[in-house]
Design a protein around this ligand. Structure first.
Ligand code: ACM
Length: 611
């Protein structure tokens, strides 16, 4: 049987044409959109869960394509580009599920865009740019080092990336000495026509000097310019987040991402493996979580929301976690796990009984369109689940910090819960923010007693009792304002403003592009057009722990689709995390991206090629 499926954007609507070369009686079209869909014509909506929908169609007749016209239920979610077309579409006919062709190509743009400007002669072909570079004239032929004690992580990285070995017989000698005054991550590398000398602040500084040497060898064609590089990062937290809940990224992809991060001196991997659609860590404290939600689709607890299709997913074993943590350690990267509560917990609520108040008659809807995506802090089952779960997850990662989530609680959350009403009266709470703040503070205290520090998205600072509490590390994502406010109230803050650091946002407004648009578009230049410590906020400088880029997986149906969303924009976050303020502007970064295009190609990491 041959089925055809083509969808296209037509103004605010999405037109889908479905064809079959055999008669099909009363099929149901199953698919997902970015947000709740509305059927305008061509079928009847019979089921909806968030952006997932089932639409009853009339019989399909060979030779006559059938048209279904859709809109997003909320006008602010007008379709922007081909990622907003139906994902994971299939037909259910009786008991059979028949996959439909993707209907929209989710590959990367093929055009190379305008040529990158030349790199200015006073700059090294290196991202991030070093704090200080003093050229002294001449060059050093550099193919490999003679020996590299302390650089095993870099040496292994070179081989994994498919680059020439970093160490080889007949290689250049590297003289290493230590000066703690350079700081633990700092180094001073002198390249002369006769050899290499490095002074390091510590083992991490040596590792970064090795990354610099490896990169310059690749970007300078094996002929290093002579001079002295004095270098250290501006921020201690330089992160990349990956949403592995909406899309299950294979461990191999995560390991490749760690390699790319290491090449750019990023040092925190924020592993987001739990959300409304799945909880993917194979925990012992509550096996139902991953056993019942690791896969979604037909007949599963969670249907094919966000491109799940007939069946998609997976979960991470303890051995997978150990592998990720071990690789990260070798690359001087720490892993920050996130369990994501109280909201974004539809999967958790579905998998484990008793996490909501049975008397709750509230009708709050999450931004993504879920009706039941928040656990209830006034029922004992929530605490019975969360405390052991949080402790188990935190215990798998050496960082000692657990990200609790806390973003996007639905407006009016718990408003219909008698148990929460009683909690409010008892604890002096009024609003949903108050309740969430109380809950997070209680969880943070429980974990703090076990030596675990908590982190959370910016919303966790809200609440009449001070929210989660000052010990928490907060992530400012809707912009920088909430982070500045939280820092002024005593929080340490990681800046990840969507407008500059969300790599799931489309690069451009072109409808042939791919990605979200709720915070605008993020061309490469915008990734550096901001300061983590903005003008007027110098007072909170000591509270800004660093920066992070996020990649959310709502549109992703294959691991490789993320590559061109991440590269070359990851150059921008590496720049912001490491370099002094204003060191590299958009034009400078575009020139460096031109140099790195060749390196991305060499290490087989796909990159965005559009304007
Ligand atoms: C977020 O993007 N909801 C943290």
């Amino acid at each position: 049987m041959t089925l055809t499926f083509v969808s296209r954007i037509d103004g605010n609507q999405i037109r889908c044409l479905i064809g079959s070369d055999r008669p099909l009686a009363a099929p149901t079209l199953c698919f997902s959109l970015m947000a709740a869909p509305k059927v305008i014509s061509g079928g009847t909506l019979v089921r909806r869960v968030a952006g997932y929908a089932e639409v009853a169609l009339p019989d399909l007749v060979p030779g006559a394509e059938h048209e279904v016209v859709l809109e997003h239920a909320h006008k602010e979610f007008g379709p922007r580009n081909r990622a907003w077309l139906p994902l994971g579409a299939y037909l259910r006919v009786g008991k059979d599920c028949l996959p439909l062709p993707p209907g929209n190509d989710l590959g990367l743009r093929a055009n190379d865009g305008p040529p990158a400007p030349a790199l200015s002669s006073d700059r090294l072909p290196l991202v991030p740019q070093p704090t200080d570079w003093r050229p002294s004239g001449g060059t050093l032929e550099f193919a490999a080092l003679a020996l590299a004690p302390g650089l095993e992580g870099v040496s292994d990285l070179a081989l994994r990336l498919g680059l020439a070995p970093l160490v080889a017989v007949g290689g250049v000698a590297l003289s290493v000495s230590q000066d703690a005054g350079l700081g633990p991550e700092g180094y001073c590398l002198t390249i002369s026509s006769t050899g290499l000398t490095v002074v390091v602040g510590g083992a991490v500084g040596l590792h970064y000097a090795g990354i610099t040497l490896l990169t310059l060898r690749e970007t300078c064609g094996g002929r290093l310019p002579c001079g002295t590089i004095t270098d250290k990062p501006r921020f201690g937290y330089r992160g990349q987040h990956l949403d592995c809940a909406r899309h299950f990224f294979g461990v191999d992809f995560i390991l490749r991402l760690l390699d790319l991060m290491a090449l750019l001196k990023l040092n925190r991997f924020h592993w987001h493996f739990a959300d409304d659609e799945a909880f993917r860590l194979e925990v012992d404290t509550q096996p139902l979580l991953w056993q019942r939600t690791g896969f979604r689709g037909e007949g599963e607890l969670v249907p094919g929301v966000f491109g799940g299709g007939i069946r998609a997913g997976g979960s991470y074993s303890k051995a997978d976690v150990a592998k990720v943590v071990e690789r990260a350690k070798a690359l001087q990267i720490e892993v920050l796990p996130e369990i994501e509560v109280p909201a974004h917990s539809h999967a958790m609520v579905k998998a484990v009984p008793g996490l909501r108040d049975p008397g709750d008659n509230g009708e709050e809807v999450s931004v993504q369109g879920y009706l039941d995506n928040i656990v209830n802090p006034a029922v004992p089952a929530t605490w019975d689940l969360l405390v052991p779960l949080a402790k188990e997850v935190a215990g798998l990662f050496p960082l000692g910090i657990l990200h609790l989530g806390a973003d996007e609680a639905p407006h009016g959350a718990w408003g219909g819960s008698p148990a929460v009403a009683a909690l409010k009266a008892r604890e002096g709470l009024e609003t949903s923010d108050d309740v969430q703040g109380w809950m997070l503070a209680k969880l943070a205290a429980e974990l703090g007693a076990s030596g675990i520090r908590v982190a959370a998205w910016e919303e966790a600072a809200k609440g009449c009792q001070g929210g989660i509490g000052n010990g928490a590390l907060l992530f400012s994502w809707t912009g920088q304002g909430p982070g500045i406010e939280a820092a002024r109230r005593g929080h340490d803050v990681v800046m990840c403003p969507a407008q500059h650091a969300y790599f799931d946002l489309a690069h451009s407004p072109d409808p042939d592009d791919w990605g979200a648009a709720w915070a605008g578009f993020v061309p490469l230049e915008k990734t550096v057009a901001w300061d983590p410590i903005p003008k007027g906020a110098e007072d909170i400088a000591p509270r800004i722990a660093g920066v992070e880029a996020c990649f959310w997986g709502e549109f992703t149906t294959e691991d490789g689709q993320a590559e061109g969303m991440i590269a070359p924009r990851i150059l921008g976050i590496a720049t912001k995390g490491w370099e002094p303020a204003g060191h590299t502007d958009g034009a400078g970064l575009r020139a460096l991206a031109g140099v790195y295009a060749l390196l991305f190609d060499r290490i087989r990491w796909k990159r965005y090629r559009g304007a």
